[in-house]
Design a protein around this ligand. Structure first.
Ligand SMILES: Nc1ncnc2c1ncn2[C@@H]1O[C@H](COP(=O)(O)OP(=O)(O)OP(=O)(O)O)[C@@H](O)[C@H]1O
Ligand SMILES: Nc1ccn([C@@H]2O[C@H](COP(=O)(O)O)[C@@H](O)[C@H]2O)c(=O)n1
Length: 226
């Protein structure tokens, strides 16, 4: 059976970069669940529809030819024949994604897809990151982590990444998205049994090491049957 390492957290907390590196070190797959919501938002926009129109979003989700790589060294995302790996990070998609993610029937569909992708991964384990992995997608995972950092630190990291954009605009967009997303799922407080890794005062390497420590403890505990 494939081991699931579940990691949740707010925008810019380091989920993707830290999960990808942890997956490499463990020899596991890496599943970015936010990419499915982003790709669906891209698809709805590509169809010329409004991402706030729940009926159109659901229709689009039913005809959604989505594919994603679970290889942490060869990451790609596709909708049909189109490689959308870069396009789903564009600000217009980021601004629209919360509208798509708040449709309950869409969430049920993609959650089934995530579980199927993990089961079919052919890897000993998969690091799955998102917002509701520890609570909804894989509440029974042997390792569940809430990766967090102070809001101003997350905003600064994201704006260092998007250095062509105004820092205040980047911070405002990040906080707006967290506010919208947290109305749908709670990724700001750890559910019972979920370990918190706070990277506010950690650099990237220290954060990866902290996550791997939790993984080692959790998988050992599971192995011992505790
Ligand atoms: N501990 C850390 N110290 C310094 N920089 C970090 C740390 N963790 C992550 N970063 C950097 O912060 C930025 C945001 O990280 P990342 O994209 O992984 O966050 P995320 O939680 O996946 O965000 P989103 O949910 O918006 O996709 C990246 O540039 C990443 O390299
Ligand atoms: N498990 C998840 C993962 C993501 N979302 C939504 O997708 C958006 C993009 O996620 P990123 O991790 O790529 O930033 C995010 O803002 C959420 O709206 C989700 O609902 N559940």
């Amino acid at each position: 059976m494939t081991v699931t390492i579940a990691i949740d957290g707010p925008a810019g907390s380091g989920k993707s970069s830290v999960s990808k590196e942890a997956a490499r070190r463990l020899g596991y797959g890496y599943l970015d669940t936010g990419a499915a919501y982003r790709a669906l938002a891209w698809h709805v926009l590509d169809l010329g529809a409004d991402t706030d129109d729940q009926g159109r979003v659901l229709d689009a989700a039913e005809e959604f030819p989505y594919a994603i790589s679970l290889d942490p060294d060869a990451y790609w995302v596709r909708v049909g024949d189109v490689d959308v790996t870069e396009a789903i990070r564009e600000p217009r998609v980021t601004a629209a994604v919360s509208g798509v993610a708040r449709v309950p029937a869409v969430r049920e569909r993609v959650n089934e897809l995530f579980r199927a992708l993990v089961a079919a991964s052919g890897r000993p384990g998969v690091v799955v990151e998102g917002r509701d992995i520890t609570t909804v997608v894989a509440p029974d995972a042997p390792v569940r982590i809430l990766l967090t950092a102070a809001p101003e630190v997350r905003a600064a990291r994201r704006s260092a990444e998007l250095h062509t954009h105004d820092a205040a605009d980047v911070a405002a967009a990040l906080h707006r998205r967290d506010a919208a997303d947290s109305q749908v799922v709670d990724f700001l407080t750890a559910a019972p049994g979920v370990s918190v890794v706070d990277s506010t005062d950690l650099d990237f390497a220290q954060t990866v090491a902290a996550v791997l420590d939790v993984v080692a403890a959790g998988t050992q505990e599971n192995h011992d049957g505790r």
